[in-house]
Design a protein around this ligand. Structure first.
Ligand code: ADP
Ligand code: MG
Length: 266
């Protein structure tokens, strides 16, 4: 029996967890075609927490989808953990995703009938690997979920559920953890706790994270912010602080608008 693998694919020794080289992606055809990503090049070194920001429709989700091999670029290349994605078929991409990528979404996407511990180990089991009970226990302890291992998602707060989703994404020690608006459904305190554990995963274990967010406070937990506008990288910022990020976003969201009085910054 042959086992579909990405291991024999073209690989490059790289210190980057993720590289995009001249990635262009259009959605739709003809007059209705939209260029969601327009010749985007971007590298994320290993062990870096990167935030992606930009107005609605600027291409953030398309970027995540192309980076994770869920969408194929029209041109350009994506290299994840040294693997060039364009050379892989769907089965190999699925394996690479299961083994080398983690995902956290705005909605927690936990399986309601499974316990916390079962939810956390599910992706490993899908990948045909056995979870190490001690590793699961220590991860749950690190995320302040030790006393919740046997609970079902409905018995947890939103913040606890999202911490379970983060634990699930971290267990396989993915090359990249992709997070799409991970704090979008949380109150401020729960959001801070989730961001703090993501930050801790980067500082403590060298995890690489790419997080799409609308929230300047969430972005301030990252090492760097990349700002998108109209499918292109409009700007970037290292060691971001929330006020500077908010100011940059306000200008991106209303580039040509005259100064408004009495209006709030979204
Ligand atoms: P963001 O996540 O920043 O809001 P998206 O990546 O979702 O942006 O979308 C970028 C652009 O591509 C938008 O103009 C959007 O309408 C368009 N788009 C995204 N997905 C599709 C699709 N499946 N079909 C057609 N257009 C799409
Ligand atoms: Mg989006």
């Amino acid at each position: 029996m042959t086992r579909t693998s990405y291991a024999g694919s073209v690989t490059t020794k790289t210190r980057h967890a993720l590289e995009l080289h001249g990635v262009t992606k259009r959605h739709g055809t003809g007059d209705a075609a939209v260029t969601a990503l327009d010749d985007v090049s971007l590298t994320i070194p290993r062990g870096v927490f990167a935030a992606v920001m930009g107005p609605s429709g600027s291409g953030k989700s398309t970027l995540l989808h192309c980076a994770a091999g869920l969408d194929r670029p029209d041109s350009g290349s994506v290299v994840l953990d040294g693997h060039e994605l364009s050379g892989l078929d769907e089965a190999a991409l699925t394996r690479l995703r299961r083994e080398r990528m983690g995902f956290v979404f705005q909605t927690f996407n936990l399986v309601p009938t499974l316990t916390v511990a079962q939810n956390v180990t599910l992706p490993l089991e899908f990948a045909g690997r056995r979870a190490d009970a001690r590793q699961v226990a220590s991860l749950l302890a690190r995320l302040d979920l030790a006393d919740r291992a046997g609970h079902r998602p409905a018995e947890l707060s939103g913040g606890q559920q999202q911490r379970v989703a983060v634990a699930r994404a971290l267990l396989s020690r993915p090359a990249v953890l992709f997070a799409d608006e991970p704090t979008g459904a949380l109150d401020i305190q729960a959001a801070r706790e989730v961001l703090a554990i993501m930050r801790e995963a980067v500082d403590g274990t060298g995890q690489t994270i790419v997080m799409v967010t609308h929230d300047p406070v969430a972005a301030s937990y990252a090492d760097a912010v990349v700002f998108f506008a109209d499918g292109r990288i409009a700007d970037s910022m290292t060691r971001p602080d929330a006020a500077a990020v908010a100011a940059r976003m306000a200008r991106l969201s209303a580039p040509a608008a005259p100064a408004r009085h009495g209006g709030g910054v979204r």
